[in-house]
Design a protein around this ligand. Structure first.
Ligand SMILES: [Fe+2]
Length: 136
């Protein structure tokens, strides 16, 4: 099993969500390897669209969890998810099509979005869950 760039610091103390984050970061790791090897761009587009589907499923699951624990900032968090789904991935795919040399920028952007989102935005519900003894 490839653990990509996931490590304990990304843990939101929920085994299901951690596993989903691990998979998303693993996709980024695979993209990183593709960019480094100068892989065919159609393969990158395929993996990015796979990532988009997986991210949408993950967002739904994460939002259900936040609802379950009564997390007070759910709607703000949901907005960030929809912004990602509607704009970010579309932008990255378009950007990639425009100029294949931009693949590295796209990858850096996505890696930054995900690591920043998990460590700052997701970690906030994790702290809330822990305080209210929902973490497991
Ligand atoms: Fe999130």
């Amino acid at each position: 099993m490839d653990f990509g760039i996931w490590n304990e610091k990304y843990s939101v103390k929920n085994i299901i969500i951690d596993e989903q984050h691990r998979k998303l970061l693993d996709i980024l790791y695979r993209l990183e390897k593709m960019v480094t090897r100068g892989k065919d761009h159609s393969e990158m587009v395929k993996l990015l669209s796979e990532m988009s589907d997986y991210a949408n499923a993950h967002f739904k699951s994460e939002e259900r969890y936040m609802e379950k624990i009564g997390y007070p900032n759910l709607s703000e968090h949901q907005k960030l998810h929809s912004q990602y789904s509607l704009e970010v991935l579309r932008f990255t795919l378009h950007h990639l099509d425009d100029n294949p040399n931009n693949a590295r920028d796209v990858l850096n952007f996505l890696t930054h979005w995900w690591t920043d989102h998990i460590l700052k935005v997701d970690m906030d519900y994790s702290v809330f869950a822990e305080k209210h003894e929902f973490a497991h």
